[in-house]
Design a protein around this ligand. Structure first.
Ligand SMILES: Nc1ncnc2c1ncn2[C@@H]1O[C@H](COP(=O)(O)OP(=O)(O)O)[C@@H](O)[C@H]1O
Ligand SMILES: [Mg+2]
Length: 274
């Protein structure tokens, strides 16, 4: 579904992504962990075609995003879920979900908000998947934060995507609501065979919901494994992103420094995140 090799992206002198390699298979639920500023959102925006990488290879659903591409074509494969759901508060819940169909209907129809009966049925099915069929005709602004996020998921599902990218979808929710939203997202995508890449802050949620976890630190992939393999060393690599001592392997300069006894403490303190 996603194939990324040696992907790099800089903003001026700020090197944000340093050669990312990543594969995501159809139907996989991948959680991406990392400190703020690690490059998670930038990577999602590259995968979504919103940001152009500097070099490397990037394919999504067979579309090569390093070359000129049709956003409309990509939009048929990829949907986004945001932290602040980006819904239109005054519209009904159903109309917000129907905006997920706008990529598929013509310009005139979308301006006039003319939707096919089949699209309305699909929107209602998507609402059913997130447990909100009974709210279809309510104004969106009357919903709770967790319900709004579920509408955001229903809107993404209504695009019939092969891939959903979720950028911190539960960051503004309390833990109980957050878990319920992630549960809806995982169940719906699992039943429909949709791949998900979901940026999260909470390690517990990554363990509970991820089929796979990837860890990004300072623009590098420092962990890629099953949630069960997310041990202390992995968490250190993700959240204490200073250079690791000699056992990390291969870095001669670091080996020499750590052999120097008076520096060892300083390096260890640095590696421990100060
Ligand atoms: N549009 C942009 N222009 C300039 N710098 C950016 C832009 N987007 C992100 N950055 C920089 O890229 C780095 C990574 O940001 P981001 O991808 O948002 O990280 P994360 O989502 O992991 O918090 C930060 O240093 C940020 O300031
Ligand atoms: Mg971010």
């Amino acid at each position: 579904m996603i194939s990324i090799r040696k992907l790099r992206k800089s903003y001026g002198s700020n090197h944000v992504l340093h050669g990312i390699d990543m594969e995501v298979k159809a139907g996989e639920f991948v959680v991406m962990l990392g400190l703020s500023g690690a490059g998670k959102s930038t990577l999602l925006r590259c995968i979504n075609g919103l940001t152009r990488p500097d070099s490397g290879t990037l394919q999504v659903g067979g579309i090569d995003l390093m070359h000129k591409h049709s956003c409309r074509e990509l939009a048929r494969h990829v949907a986004m879920v945001f932290q602040h759901h980006n819904l239109v508060p005054r519209l009904s819940v159903r109309k917000n979900v129907l905006t997920g169909r706008l990529g598929q209907v013509g310009t005139l129809a979308s301006v006039l908000q003319l939707f096919r009966q089949s699209d309305i049925a699909l929107a209602d099915q998507c609402l059913e998947r997130v447990g909100l069929a009974h709210k279809a005709l309510e104004r969106t602004e009357a919903l709770s934060g967790g319900q709004m996020q579920r509408v955001g998921i229903a809107r993404a599902l209504a695009q019939r995507p092969q891939l959903i990218l979720a950028d911190e979808p539960v960051a503004s929710l309390d833990p109980r609501t957050a878990r319920s939203v992630l549960q809806y997202l995982r169940d719906a995508t699992r039943e429909l065979g949709i791949a998900v890449v979901c940026n999260l802050h909470q390690v517990d949620y990554a363990r509970e919901f991820g089929d796979r976890v990837v860890g990004l630190a300072q623009g590098r992939m420092v962990f890629d494994g099953r949630p069960g393999d997310l041990d202390e060393a992995a968490l250190n690599a993700i959240y204490h992103s200073a250079p690791q001592p000699a056992e990390a392997g291969g870095n001669q300069a670091l080996v020499q420094i750590t052999a120097d006894s008076w520096l060892t403490g300083a390096v260890a303190a640095h590696a421990g995140g100060l």
